[in-house]
Write a protein that binds this ligand. Structure first.
Ligand SMILES: Nc1ncnc2c1ncn2[C@@H]1O[C@H](COP(=O)(O)OP(=O)(O)OP(=O)(O)O)[C@@H](O)[C@H]1O
Ligand SMILES: [Mg+2]
Length: 290
């Protein structure tokens, strides 16, 4: 295998996978305590595009990620990767979570090589050479022998990206990967990640609760409805690539942000209205904005 090609994504590693969710439903609990979390959720994640899902905290984003990753199964509906149903976890879908999942007792490099070595479908020399190139790419060459606790939050996320990329997944699934980082590190990670995507264009499903992050990264922003969650609206982001942060001050970006905020605000009001004890607050808000 030519690892250079795989890493730079100039051809071989460019994923053309299509991920489809068709009328997916998932709820938890039995009988009276049952709550529907995801309802009639349909979405196609196209290759070569960065699809970013944005929804309020607690609306069911991680539930959705778990379904796509194969950690959980829908009650009904279908999830297909290149027309094949997803039946469980697999290294064709790599997830980067909001919490670090690095093994604390292993060095950064050992964490990166762990998955492919365990599978044993490539030679160790090949895996190690690719790990070194990937660690270089994510700027961690000098930290490969350090343990996760010795890395900053941003470095840990970059190590996780390397650990995911070494598996050459068809789809990268990111569940609020930069949540919890300080503002500066978060911005640096967004910039780093958008470059990485622009280089390899791997099929990507990115989940966030930050509208600006969504607009900066995305080709399509999928705004979720409140629980039970489904797709409320898809906003096509036509900002040019390569992206840079100045684009967020453009009129276009402002319009995208306004549209997304209005939709999320409507959804938040709906959830307030459902909770009877909050209705006076909502009425007061509605009157104020008349
Ligand atoms: N295995 C489970 N059993 C019971 N309830 C669950 C389970 N998984 C998720 N839930 C419920 O589903 C709802 C949505 O949770 P989820 O973690 O998917 O939301 P989220 O949008 O990712 O939230 P956050 O912004 O906090 O990450 C929550 O009310 C949660 O309690
Ligand atoms: Mg979550």
């Amino acid at each position: 295998m030519n690892t250079n090609t795989a890493i730079s994504g100039t051809s071989g590693d460019r994923s053309q996978a299509t991920l489809e969710l068709k009328n997916v439903n998932r709820g938890f609990g039995d009988d009276w305590s049952r709550e529907e979390i995801i309802t009639d959720f349909s979405l196609t994640v196209h290759p070569n595009e960065l699809t970013v899902i944005v929804g309020p905290s607690g609306c069911g984003k991680s539930t959705l990620v778990n379904l796509v990753a194969g950690f959980d199964k829908p009650d009904s509906g279908e999830i297909l990767l290149d027309d094949k149903p997803i039946t469980g976890p697999g290294h064709d879908r790599m997830v980067v979570f909001q919490e670090t999942a690095l093994m604390p007792w292993q060095t950064t490099r050992a964490n990166v090589v762990f998955g492919p070595k365990l599978r044993g479908d490539r030679s160790n020399a090949d895996i190690e050479a690719e790990a070194d190139q990937l660690l270089d790419k994510v700027g961690l060459s000098d930290f490969k022998d350090k343990y996760p606790i010795q890395l900053s939050g941003g470095m840990q996320r970059r190590a996780e990206l390397a650990r995911a990329m070494i598996n050459h997944p068809l789809v990268m699934i990111m569940d609020e990967p930069f949540r919890g980082l300080d503002a500066m590190s978060r911005e640096l990670m967004q910039e780093f990640f958008v470059r990485l995507f622009e280089e390899n264009r791997r099929t990507n499903l990115f989940v966030t609760s930050e509208i600006e992050e969504a607009i900066f990264l995305a080709d399509r922003v999928v705004v979720l409805s409140n629980r039970p969650t489904s797709v409320r609206q898809i906003i096509d982001i036509k900002l040019p690539r390569p992206r840079d942060f100045h684009m967020l001050s453009s009129t276009e970006a402002y319009e995208y942000k306004r549209e997304a905020m209005e939709l999320l605000h409507e959804e938040a009001l709906k959830s307030f209205k459902r909770k009877g004890d909050q209705s006076e607050l909502v009425e007061a808000f509605d009157k104020r904005s008349e």
